[in-house]
Write a protein that binds this ligand. Structure first.
Ligand SMILES: Cc1cc2nc3c(=O)[nH]c(=O)nc-3n(C[C@H](O)[C@H](O)[C@H](O)COP(=O)(O)OP(=O)(O)OC[C@H]3O[C@@H](n4cnc5c(N)ncnc54)[C@H](O)[C@@H]3O)c2cc1C
Length: 479
């Protein structure tokens, strides 16, 4: 049999692509090296606690949202209960705690109350943000309908070359306010002075306009339902079955080979895997090496050290998503990043605030995220307990007494993330999320990249969008 498309990887980018194709009657096969689907968008269970492996919250689960429509098109949207977070996050700065309201006008009013002299600047900043996000929603709409992309409008092009700090400087004078508006930079892993303005705005605005969600029961619910929908439509999803080679015939892919020697013949091949895995290992040989040389040395996004803690609940936590910054100078904090140093930012997710079923009665799950710069050298095994204890100690500035209440605790290092997903150095968002990310031109006509290594960038919604965009291109018969 020749598959309409063989998709390598069942991260959200791969599943969104496979799902969009299967929903429109295409024969698809998904090959996943890990035992469970989802890549970074997955969960695991320990001692009665359910932990999301990586992700705090995502957009796209509102009625009419990109992921909702994808699940509906596969007939597996029912039974998924998206929990909308409000506040989206609580951001703590020295002497200032800011609730990020789910409702944008309420948040704007809150900021105007805190920074009254900046009222006009705040309005101007969010006008620009709305302009940029209107372009993004236009593209998402086209992708959801598998229709051609709309003509490029001004805002994405105009602001595309800017960093987020440059965008902020157009309207915002107060450096404390600029820091507050940059509180989600750790979600892209870059400082405001290096982050792509349009990516940051897309991220922030997606949470206001679509909503910031977690599915009840944990993020694993999403890939599980996508897999179910793909299989119901006659597609195959093979778990624990790594692809080991993409075989070419001239400038086209002919088939994908798996570790057990099976061959999947394909009209189109979609790789959701890391770019080095795709070209260095799967395409391989001179062709793969030449493509990697052409791509050149691009910086990778940072990774994370993630601590998963099950704790006895003493008092109800203030919010389920908390960011803590010891300084308003986010360029300094994120630019000269020294993990576990004490003054660096901290991200904490306590999903049991809204979804108590993730822990035994009277307990919380508490997931702590510590950014790790790409290539940061550490022998994680050497001081395993010490590192974890230092991080939990740091966490106590937000959650006093955390260590005394621990019932279970384990951690994932960048090496763990790499082992489970094959993202090089455990890169959390693919390439470094600066304005410079360019489309990879590899010259293999029926090979497509879907996910956060593609030019749409990192984050779950962007990776899903990328996968659905590839599906739309395949459905239209374009390369
Ligand atoms: C700690 C952390 C926190 C994050 N928090 C958020 C957040 O709150 N919100 C948000 O939107 N984003 C967040 N992100 C980013 C987001 O998770 C990713 O950008 C997104 O999930 C990437 O999806 P993907 O499909 O591109 O890739 P992945 O999820 O990396 O999936 C790639 C898949 O390909 C498979 N694969 C690789 N090689 C092969 C092979 N040879 N054969 C078969 N299968 C293969 C892998 O096993 C994996 O399943 C976070 C990331 C991390 C690490």
């Amino acid at each position: 049999m020749r598959w309409d498309a063989v998709i390598i990887g069942s991260g959200i980018g791969g599943l969104a692509c496979a799902g969009a194709l299967a929903a429109r009657g295409r024969a698809v096969a998904v090959l996943e090296q890990a035992a469970a689907p989802g890549g970074y968008l997955s969960s695991f269970r320990r001692k009665g606690f359910t932990f999301d492996a990586a992700v705090d919250c995502i957009a796209g689960l509102d009625p009419g949202g990109l992921l909702t429509r994808l699940l509906e098109s596969l007939g597996t949207g029912d039974g998924l209960t998206p929990i909308r977070l409000d506040p989206i996050r609580v951001s703590r700065f020295p002497g200032l705690t800011v609730h990020v309201d789910a409702c944008l006008p309420a948040y704007v009013e809150r900021l105007c109350g805190l920074f009254p002299a900046e009222r006009d600047g705040i309005a101007a900043f969010f006008r620009r943000a709305a302009e940029i996000y209107a372009d993004v929603t236009g593209m998402m709409e086209a992708v959801a309908n598998a229709s051609p992309p709309p003509p490029a409008t001004g805002a994405l092009m105009r602001y595309g070359p800017l960093t987020y700090a440059e965008l902020l400087r157009l309207d915002i004078r107060d450096r404390r306010l600029a820091a507050v508006l940059s509180d989600r930079c750790p979600f892209l892993g870059v400082s405001p002075g290096r982050a792509s303005a349009t990516r940051m705005v897309s991220l922030i605005m997606s949470y206001f306009c679509s909503g910031a969600f977690r599915p009840r029961g944990g993020h694993q619910q999403i890939p599980d339902r996508l897999v179910e929908g793909i299989r119901r439509r006659g597609g195959e999803v093979h778990l624990g079955r790594p692809a080991t080679a993409i075989r070419l015939e001239g400038d086209r892919c002919d088939r994908v080979v798996t570790a057990d020697g099976a061959e999947f013949r394909a009209r189109e091949v979609v790789s959701n895997a890391d770019v080095t895995e795709t070209f260095g290992r799967l395409v391989g040989g001179d062709a793969g090496r030449a493509i990697l040389a052409e791509i050149g040395e691009r910086p990778l996004s940072p990774s994370f050290y993630v601590a998963y803690a099950g704790v006895r609940r003493r008092a109800a936590p203030a919010a389920s998503s908390i960011g803590s910054f010891q300084d308003f100078d986010l360029d300094g904090l994120l630019g000269r990043y020294a993990p576990f140093a004490g003054i660096d930012p901290l991200g904490i997710t306590i999903p049991t605030v809204e979804d108590p079923g993730l822990a035994p009665p009277g307990h919380d799950t508490c997931i702590v995220h510590e950014l790790i710069p790409s290539g940061w050298a550490a022998d994680w095994a050497e001081d395993r307990d010490g590192v974890l204890d230092r991080l939990l100690g740091k966490c106590e500035r937000v959650l006093p007494g955390l260590r005394a209440d621990l019932v279970h605790c384990e951690a994932a290092t960048p090496a763990t993330l790499e082992r489970y997903t094959r993202n090089r150095r455990g890169a959390a968002y693919g390439w470094d999320q600066t304005p410079q990310i360019a489309r990879i031109r590899h010259g293999i006509r029926n090979l497509h990249l879907a996910g956060h290594w593609a030019e749409t960038g990192g984050g779950v919604l962007a990776a899903a969008f990328s996968g659905m965009r590839v599906a739309a291109r395949i459905l239209r018969g374009g390369a």
